[in-house]
Write a protein that binds this ligand. Structure first.
Ligand SMILES: [Zn+2]
Length: 290
């Protein structure tokens, strides 16, 4: 039996050994179980992740309870992360409920204000043994109701990243390097040189947002350069929903949720295993101390 763990040691081990940990956004119990089964089957460390919207939809206490059951039953280390939060009070509420990792997204503010807001979260989260992630620059696309026009998606500056980590003491950093939330229309325009430069100046694990639909070769290159966590949201939402749609297309009168949740869960599990394979996290559960 092992409760949820902080993602700090999981990600430190990942960066040190050059693999990535998949952070999957889940919205239902079945999605949560699917990614946990994928991690268990492949012996991968796992980060369960929820958006602020999902926290409001289900309530942090329900999410923490389900995630804790998963962690206690699993043989792999599992962390629970709050994605893109701008609300300090909600971050505190999630920490109190039992989240083991939180993201303060103050990237829309000027540098000094981002530093100040991140410092405030680092103070409370660190005291609770909880991991903290912050963002510099702007990731394009749509995340819940935060919309950033692609053209003003700003890249993170490597020197600013170094100063930011030094000033805030943040243990994980999400620098904007050209990825976007949602699925890509063409190929993502990732600035690999920038990742390398940032990684040379910052020794904390880096986080790749917008992981849905990035081609395998590019994921591997990002990981080899220092990206230790990749967020996957849209892609598993699509496979989950598509599986349900196809059941209803065949049988519009289906009214037993188990009948459509079983294939939906299977689809998410398969997609999660594919991402874990791409990230090189297969068999790395023991790396992170479980
Ligand atoms: Zn994101």
């Amino acid at each position: 039996m092992m409760p949820l763990v902080s993602s700090t040691p999981l990600l430190a081990a990942a960066r040190a050994h050059k693999y990535g940990v998949g952070a999957f956004n889940v919205h239902t119990l079945e999605m949560l179980q699917a990614v946990v089964e994928a991690a268990e089957e492949t012996q991968s460390p796992l980060i369960l992740q929820t958006t602020v919207g999902t926290v409001k939809h289900l309530g942090p206490e329900y999410i923490v309870a389900a995630a804790n059951v998963a962690a206690n039953l699993a043989s792999v280390p599992i962390a629970l992360h709050l994605d893109h939060c701008t609300d300090f009070d909600l971050i505190v509420r999630c920490i109190r409920a039992g989240y083991t990792s939180v993201m303060i997204d103050a990237s829309m503010h000027p540098f000094a204000e981002n530093v100040r807001l991140t410092q405030k979260v680092v103070e409370v989260a660190r005291a609770a043994g909880v991991n903290i992630e912050a963002e510099l620059g702007k990731v394009g696309g749509v995340e819940d109701d935060i919309v950033v026009a692609e053209h003003d998606a700003l890249m993170a500056d490597p020197d600013e990243c170094a100063r930011f980590v030094e000033l805030t003491g943040v243990p994980t950093l999400a620098p904007a390097i050209g990825t976007a939330h949602g699925m890509y229309k063409g190929e993502p325009n990732i600035d690999f040189d920038r990742i390398g430069l940032i990684a040379s100046k910052v020794d904390v694990p880096l986080v790749l947002h917008g992981g849905s639909g990035i081609p395998e070769e590019q994921v591997k290159r990002c990981v080899s350069l220092g990206m230790a966590k990749m967020n996957i949201a849209t892609e598993i939402r699509i496979v989950f929903s598509d599986a349900i749609k196809s059941i209803f297309a065949q049988n519009p009168d289906e009214n037993d949720p188990r009948k459509y949740m079983v294939p939906a869960k299977k689809a998410v599990k398969e997609a999660a295993i594919a991402k874990m394979t791409m990230l090189g996290s297969i068999g790395k559960a023991k790396d992170a101390g479980k």
